[in-house]
Design a protein around this ligand. Structure first.
Ligand code: FES
Ligand code: FES
Length: 152
């Protein structure tokens, strides 16, 4: 057990975590942030993507104790009140959401990309999202959505 502090979506938390607890478990099971999806747990699908100090990481491969003192952003932290983040709006407007299971991770990976590279090429968008799998859309509309958001 270790005492850790996290800032999640701008809110501070002090937690006591088993050494083996995964960040996805802390976020979902303790903090109730269910937008972070629980899927392969092997680092293969990207559904569990969150931002840790601005970098997109796979929360199924991260231990919570290693995130001590970090700032975490989950999909719940992107909207400003009732105003969706431009990426969220673009995913809806461009039809990039079908079942929606990959969408939180895709949007957070897109945010990490646009924060570093506000005007990426389509190849750069594809590379930025290459750790995130989608079984529904064929990726074209997802790339459209990130490109569209980059123009806003
Ligand atoms: S659940 Fe983490 S990569 Fe699939
Ligand atoms: S929208 Fe269904 S997995 Fe991507």
């Amino acid at each position: 057990m270790k005492k850790i502090t996290l800032e999640v979506n701008g809110k501070p938390y002090a937690l006591e975590c088993p050494d083996s607890e995964l960040l996805i478990e802390t976020l979902r099971d303790r903090l109730g942030l269910l937008g972070t999806k629980y899927s392969c747990l092997e680092g293969e699908c990207g559904a569990c993507t969150v931002l840790l100090n601005g970098e997109n990481i796979l929360s199924c491969l991260a231990l919570s104790v290693e995130a001590d003192n970090a700032e975490i952003t989950t999909i719940e932290g992107l909207a400003k009140g009732s105003e969706p983040h431009p990426l969220q709006r673009s995913f809806v407007d461009k039809g990039a959401v079908q079942c929606g299971f990959c969408t939180p991770g895709m949007i957070l990976a897109g945010k990490a990309l646009l924060d570093k590279n506000p005007h990426p090429t389509d190849d750069e968008i594809a590379r930025g999202l290459d750790g995130n799998l989608c079984r529904c859309t064929g990726y074209i509309k997802i790339i459209d959505a990130v490109r569209h958001a980059s123009k806003k």
